[in-house]
Design a protein around this ligand. Sequence first.
Ligand SMILES: *Cc1c(COP(=O)(O)O)cnc(C)c1O
Length: 367
Amino acid sequence: MMNIEALAKPSVLTQPVYEPGKPIEYVARELGLDPAGIVKLASNENPFGPSPLGLVAAQRALLEGALYPDGGCFELRRTLADSRGLRPDQFVVGNGSNEIIELLGHAFVGPGDEVVMAAPAFVVYKLVTLLFGGRVLEVPLRDWRHDLAAMAAAVGPKTKLVCVCTPNNPTGTANEEAELFAFVRSLPPHVVCVIDEAYAEYLLHPPDIRPLIGEGRKVIGLRTFSKIYGLASLRIGYGYAGSDLCRLLNRLRQPFNVNAIAQAAAIAAVGDLGFARRCAEANRAGLRQLAEGFGALDLETVPSVANFQLVKVGDGARVFGDLQKLGMIVRPVASYGLPEWIRVTVGSEPQNDRLLSTLRQVLRRSV
Ligand SMILES: *Cc1c(COP(=O)(O)O)cnc(C)c1O
């Protein structure tokens, strides 16, 4: 009898799989711990929970749960257009901004096409490229930041997409607006530039790529409600770009790709400016707290402007495992080529305290 794998397209069997941060319930079950005592600082989620306005709107939207959602996300696109000074037809909404990355793959990447990205950078660019049979061209970071000159030099006639993640995951480093502008303007006309801004709201002065869109550049910005708005579980994010590019991507999505609860929550969260500001401020305080704490432990870090922090702990896998046994879930980053490091999400002040004291305990044990 023929096994099922023999029936799949060959690329399915070689496709690497995304490794998410471990859910609390999973770790509790595995290690026999009380889930209430576990802190997850592994996936850059918001330690302060969902936007309160978003939460109320989501609860209300549940009452209409028997109806299909607005597949076109009309109200959300109008809200985003108002808040960002663009037109509603300059947005495409996805089931997380990850879906927008996949739509870009659908639209532009086929066998033999190239996608230029930094290494290490967010792994989904690589996964999507491989999913569509494309070639991954990885350009090493320089001083932990995207080396935009080297990335521009890597672009060739077969390049379809160039992905820039700023602030970058997993490093937390950002590129300046001026160098981004020069980079995008230098790209040849057959290339679409993807600027992943998942953490932009944590910056005091995020780069503003809207002038590039206004100039007609082939550029798309990606934003998410998973991070500062605290809606990761609802799965909603968006791309903004020229209306021609958005129209193209909108053709490719599922008819009802974004559920109504997520849409309602996102519409309200856009207006929850106070919550976003408080979270960004608390995050900056948390980064200082962690920098001080890691410094006191004599640990090397990469200076971060996002809501997470790379810290060099020696044996990343062991420290990850030992922290987990003590109820702290962080992210090992060996798969990003950083086996000596772990990535920790900036938590609330008490969570950061607990991370630092638990880490001290774990590191002391090893010497
Ligand atoms: C978290 C994250 C996202 C968000 O993905 P969603 O699908 O919107 O949850 C996108 N890009 C990067 C770099 C991220 O770290």
